[in-house]
Ligand binder design. Structure first.
Ligand SMILES: Cc1ncc(C[n+]2csc(CCOP(=O)(O)OP(=O)(O)O)c2C)c(N)n1
Ligand SMILES: [Mg+2]
Length: 338
């Protein structure tokens, strides 16, 4: 199967995906502004340039399907249906945040839409996703799990444990590798042996497919097919999406390790512009495209204002949601070396 074998998508459907991508783009741009203004502590990892992957995959998931994300999780969360306003509050540590203001950018979770969590520890989402898929099989329902993993993370051990376990138990899970070319400031291919993520997945006997991750029409079509296979009991599948991290690794990253012009060249292929062209070619009028874009920014601007106006949580709440085993047991030994 190749990308071009996929059934063509309708303009109405692709327009919905365009709106989601605009929302993600607006969220990331406004989050960067808020970070620069000092409203967000720590760091933020933006999803700009990768919107088509999360959007094309999650648009094929049901509300009761699950996703696991990574450190670059804003786009995945929005695509799965998390509320951008609650997410913005989470980024700013305010009352009403998705994780009660205790998680921040890298720990957004919203179980009500099946978003089981972003994660700052590379590859941990993979093993948790396998656990979730195992739970689904034990419960016997027909939901599935999609796990997002970066290209650099495919060099970590848990990637192999997760793929192996998923295949051995034929779990209902799709691994989505977002190959955005970089792992922090390193070109991933310069530290990766062999033929890359697709070959590695195939080594486990897992059906693995490659797609242009900047083309939401293609991602959506491939995801439609692979998710149907996973849901029908055909076991784990692997979707490898070629894309490009347009922004720095974190918003403060000045990209000093890139050659002149590299970012600009890749910006030519960014997914929103491609999608808008596809829609225009398929009959959507420019005014509808423009108003969808503006509506996304208006929604996020409202979210930013609400987040800035929301108070910080009461300090006493820091002790809620914390597992408390009590004080340590008194030392009962003699002090002699065993
Ligand atoms: C176990 C672990 N090792 C290292 C890091 C530091 N770190 C954070 S993101 C990152 C690069 C990840 O690259 P990739 O998997 O390609 O994801 P991308 O950032 O490109 O989305 C590294 C090394 C970490 N968070 N966790
Ligand atoms: Mg990467």
């Amino acid at each position: 199967m190749s990308e071009t074998d996929q059934p063509r998508n309708t303009p109405a459907r692709i327009f919905e995906l365009y709106k989601t991508m605009c929302l993600i783009r607006a969220f990331e741009e406004r989050a960067e502004d808020a970070f620069d203004e000092g409203f967000i502590n720590g760091s933020i990892h933006q999803y700009i340039g990768q919107e088509a992957v999360g959007t094309g995959v999650c648009s094929n998931l049901r509300r009761n399907d699950y996703i696991l994300s990574n450190h670059r999780g804003h786009g995945h969360s929005i695509a799965k249906g998390a509320d951008p306003e609650a997410m913005m509050k989470e980024l700013m540590g305010r009352v009403g945040g998705t994780s009660g203001a205790k998680g921040g950018s890298m720990h957004i979770a919203d179980f009500s839409v099946g978003m089981l969590g972003a994660n700052g520890v590379l590859a941990d989402g993979l093993t948790m996703g396998v656990g979730a898929a195992q739970a689904i099989t034990l419960k016997g329902d027909d939901s599935i799990v999609a796990v997002f993993v970066g290209d650099g993370t495919t060099n970590r051990g848990p990637f192999y444990e997760a793929l192996n376990w998923a295949m051995v138990y034929e779990l209902p899970i799709m691994f989505v590798c977002e190959n955005n070319t970089y792992a922090s400031s390193t070109l991933t291919r310069s530290v990766t042996a062999g033929d890359g993520p697709v070959a590695r997945a195939k080594a486990f006997g897992m059906p693995a497919f490659d797609v242009d991750g900047n083309n939401v029409v293609a991602v959506d079509a491939l995801a439609t097919d692979l998710i149907a296979r996973v849901r029908s009991g055909q076991g784990p599948h692997f979707l490898h999406a070629r894309t490009y991290r347009v922004k720095g690794h974190i918003s403060r990253d000045k990209l000093l390790y890139r050659r002149d012009g590299e970012t600009e060249e890749n910006w030519e292929n960014e997914p929103l512009g491609q999608c808008a062209s596809w829609l225009a070619d398929n009959g959507l009028n420019e005014a509808d495209l423009r108003s969808a874009h503006a509506a996304a920014y208006a929604q996020i601007d409202t979210a930013v204002t609400a987040a800035k106006e929301s108070p910080f949580p009461d300090a006493a709440l820091a002790y809620e949601d914390v597992q408390d085993f009590g004080p340590p047991e008194p030392w009962a030994g003699t002090g002699d070396a065993a």
